[in-house]
Design a protein around this ligand. Structure first.
Ligand code: PSU
Ligand code: MN
Length: 335
C-alpha cells in the first residue's frame, strides 16, 4: 500500500508512464492523509475510470451476509464494465480509498458496530482511531480529495418528513452543494420528503438529472410525481454534464437519478404501506437523527418479508453498471 498518489508528470514505478492525477493529491496534499489501494492508485494516476462506493450501505443499510455479497457483486459489476471500484471507509482511524477483500469482510461483519460516519463525524472517527462506515456526504468528501468524480450508491439522504420543524436534513444535500462529485443513485426513498429535498438541492445549486426519464425516481418505485429540470439519456450525456460542471469550476455535485429497473420494482403499494407503518413506529419509539434511516430500512425490510432488500440490491447493481459506464465515458473525454 502506498499512501500517496503520483504527482503530475511523475513516472509510475510499475509501468513507467507519466501520471496525470491532480497535483493536490500528491505527496504534499491529501495523499498523506488517505490510504489509497494500489489498484485505485494506478487507475487514478493514469486517468483511468474509477467509481467510488460508500460503506454505510454495507454496515447499516443491509444485513449480513447480503451486505458482503452485494458489496462484492457491485465491485465485480464495476470491474466488468471497465472501471476500478474504490469502496471508501475509515479503518482504525485511516480513511481508505479502495478496500481489500479482508477489509470489506471486516466492515460487513462489524455491521452497525462500525460508526455511521457523515461529514460531521470524520474528525471524531479519525481522532479516536475508530472504524467508520462513510455515508454519502463523507464518501463524497474523500472521493473528491482523492480525485474521483463518479460515485455510485443506492439512495441518498434527504429532507425528512416534518423536516421543516425538526430540521432533519441529511448532510448529503449540503455536501452535494459543496463537493464536485457526481452521485449515481436511485433517487430518495418516500420515507423522506421528496419535493422538499428537490427544493433544498436547488437552493444548494445542485444539478439534478434523471436517467432516461423526466421524473425523479423514488428508490423502490420509478416515479415520485416530481419533475426534474434535467434529463440524460446515456452515459455520454452524463459525462458531458460532469465535464461542463468541472470546466466552470462550479464546485457543486451532480445528482444522477436512475430509476429502479422495471422488472425489479417491488409492489409499490406494499412497500409504501410498510414505510408508513415503520415511520409511525419510529415516531412512537422516538428514533430520530442518524438512527432514523437505518431503523426505517431494517423495519421496512422486515415488514415486506425481504422484498424491499431484494429491490434494494437490484437497484444498487443497476446503478453500478451505469456508474461504471459514466466513469469510462468521462475518462475518454479527459483524454
Ligand atoms: N438511503 C438508503 N440506504 C442507505 C442510506 C440512505 O436507501 O444506506 C444511507 C446512506 O449512507 C446515506 C445515509 O448517505 O444513509 C443518510 O443518512 P442520514 O439520513 O442520517 O443523513
Ligand atoms: Mn439526519
Amino acid at each position: 500500500w502506498r499512501a500517496y498518489l503520483l504527482r503530475i508528470g511523475e513516472k509510475c514505478h510499475e509501468c513507467g508512464a507519466n501520471a496525470d492525477a491532480k497535483e493536490h493529491i500528491g505527496a504534499g496534499g491529501g495523499g498523506r492523509l488517505l490510504k489509497v489501494s494500489p489498484e485505485v492508485l494506478q487507475a487514478l494516476s493514469h486517468g483511468r475510470a474509477v467509481v467510488a462506493l460508500e460503506s454505510t450501505i454495507i454496515s447499516h443499510g443491509m444485513p449480513y451476509p447480503q451486505n458482503l455479497e452485494t458489496a462484492k457483486e457491485v465491485e465485480g459489476i464495476v470491474r466488468a464494465n471497465g472501471a476500478v471500484p474504490a469502496t471508501i471507509a475509515i479503518l482504525d482511524g485511516t480513511p481508505c480509498i479502495g478496500l481489500s477483500m479482508d477489509q470489506l469482510e471486516r466492515l460487513a461483519t462489524l455491521g452497525t458496530r462500525a460508526q455511521k460516519t457523515a461529514r460531521r463525524d470524520i474528525a471524531h472517527v479519525v481522532a479516536t482511531k475508530g472504524n467508520g462506515a462513510t455515508t454519502v456526504s463523507a464518501t463524497m468528501f474523500f472521493a473528491s480529495m482523492a480525485g474521483i468524480s463518479v460515485f455510485v450508491t443506492g439512495g441518498i439522504g434527504g429532507v425528512h418528513r416534518y423536516g421543516e420543524s425538526t430540521l432533519d436534513i441529511s448532510s448529503d444535500l449540503t455536501e452535494l452543494g459543496r463537493t464536485p462529485v457526481a452521485v449515481i443513485s436511485a433517487g430518495i426513498k418516500s420515507i423522506l420528503d421528496i419535493p422538499r429535498t428537490l427544493e433544498y438541492l436547488e437552493t444548494q445549486g445542485v444539478c439534478v438529472a434523471a436517467y432516461k426519464t423526466n421524473e425523479f425516481p423514488a428508490f423502490f418505485t420509478e416515479t415520485s410525481g416530481c419533475k426534474v429540470p434535467c434529463r440524460v439519456d446515456s452515459a455520454d450525456d452524463c459525462a458531458r454534464l460532469i465535464d461542463a460542471n468541472r470546466k466552470f469550476n462550479l464546485g457543486t455535485g451532480i445528482l444522477i437519478a436512475v430509476p429502479i429497473p422495471k422488472e425489479h420494482a417491488a409492489s409499490g403499494s406494499m412497500i409504501e404501506s410498510a414505510i408508513q407503518k415503520a415511520l409511525k413506529e419510529a415516531r412512537e419509539k422516538n428514533i430520530t437523527g442518524s438512527a432514523e434511516t437505518p431503523y426505517l430500512l431494517k423495519r421496512v425490510n422486515e415488514l415486506t418479508g425481504g422484498a424491499s432488500l431484494a429491490a434494494n440490491i437490484a437497484l444498487v447493481k443497476n446503478n453500478a453498471l451505469i456508474g461504471a459506464e459514466i466513469a469510462v465515458s468521462l475518462s475518454k473525454l479527459k483524454e
